[in-house]
Design a protein around this ligand. Structure first.
Ligand SMILES: C[C@](O)(CO)[C@H](O)COP(=O)(O)OP(=O)(O)OC[C@H]1O[C@@H](n2ccc(N)nc2=O)[C@H](O)[C@@H]1O
Ligand SMILES: Nc1ncnc2c1ncn2[C@@H]1O[C@H](COP(=O)(O)OP(=O)(O)OP(=O)(O)O)[C@@H](O)[C@H]1O
Length: 282
């Protein structure tokens, strides 16, 4: 029997996010830089030979069949008599925070089960299956920090210089679909080149609107601004600021006023899932 796999399902930040257009189907064309973090949820996959897929742990009140983890497992072309798995998840990534928690869990599931069930699917095939589950799933399947275009699925890996991040998690929820369809959203930002980002020419196009609609986000950005250039990730609600080293980020975390909460994480260029799966194959 194949042994169980324990994996860290990482969070991501959008270091910037420009909306460059809107397609006929309502989806938006964007440019973003995905930075993977060495911080995330814990997932454990124990294969079974009965074809059953179960999910336990922190399911956050989401019905099991709707959870992106279960949906990812069911989206794989498996032998339904034989390929089963018991998945346990321990959440740390707040849902709907712009940290990609659900998408990361879905991608980790696709990668883990492809290996445990020996399906032999390529990364591109898994990314295509993942794109049906959510716009951020392909980057987590690819497992590299990356520049993204299209609706987020046209990926170019980018090596980002090491940085530490303080991420603040305001206690509010920003609905992704609602904010994408908001009348006052800026949708016509001109495309930029990767070099322009590193020269400092970027922003998050959701930030002005989200800060206006959600006072908690506005407050968090104001608190972080004293440490540097605070920014929203994804559609929020989480905001972040970068630091050259861990100590500076931890000092800033200790100084954020009550009741704000947050965490410190290191930016990484490769997902810990890829390395852990390679180790398990040895
Ligand atoms: C904003 C980002 O977080 C950037 O990383 C993602 O593009 C959003 O990814 P996500 O939360 O996984 O979102 P999805 O579940 O794919 O889409 C939720 C909803 O957001 C809108 N949506 C999403 C992505 C996109 N490029 N254009 C859109 O208009 C659509 O209305 C969609 O129904
Ligand atoms: N395993 C899961 N973990 C987290 N959310 C899940 C999961 N399964 C389903 N969801 C649902 O998916 C939604 C989006 O979750 P996710 O964490 O990926 O978005 P997010 O943090 O807003 O990131 P982004 O907006 O950058 O994609 C949540 O609101 C939640 O209801």
């Amino acid at each position: 029997m194949t042994p169980a796999l324990s994996l860290l399902s990482p969070a991501k930040l959008n270091l910037f996010l420009h909306i460059t257009g809107r397609r006929a189907d309502g989806y938006h064309e964007l440019q973003t830089l995905f930075q993977l973090l060495d911080w995330g949820d814990s997932m454990r996959f124990t294969p079974n030979n009965g074809g059953e897929i179960t999910l336990s742990g922190d399911t956050m009140g989401i019905p099991v069949e709707e959870n992106l983890i279960t949906r990812a497992a069911r989206a794989l072309p498996r032998n339904q008599e034989k390929h089963g798995v018991d998945i346990r998840v321990q959440k740390r990534i707040p849902a709907g925070g712009g940290l990609g928690g659900g998408s990361s869990n879905a991608a980790t599931t696709l990668l883990a089960l492809n290996q445990l069930w020996q399906l032999g699917l390529s990364s591109m095939q898994l990314q295509e299956i993942g794109a049906q589950l959510g716009a951020d799933v392909p980057v987590f399947v690819g497992g590299q920090s990356a520049w993204a275009e299209g609706t987020g699925e046209v990926l170019t890996p980018v090596v980002i210089p090491e940085s530490w991040y303080l991420v603040v998690t305001p206690d509010c929820h920003v609905g992704t679909a609602e904010i994408f369809s908001h009348q006052q959203l800026t949708r016509d930002t001109s495309p930029i080149k990767i070099a322009a980002f590193f020269e400092g020419h970027s922003r998050n196009d959701f930030q002005t609107l989200v800060r206006r609609l959600h006072p908690e986000v506005n407050n968090a950005l104001n608190c972080l601004d004293k440490f540097g250039n605070a920014r929203l990730t994804g559609t929020g609600a989480c905001v972040f600021c970068s630091f050259a080293d861990e100590q500076a980020a931890r000092i800033a975390l200790s100084e954020i006023p009550h009741p704000l909460t947050g965490f410190v994480a290191r930016g990484i260029n490769e997902s810990p899932v890829l390395a852990a799966l390679a180790r398990a194959r040895e």
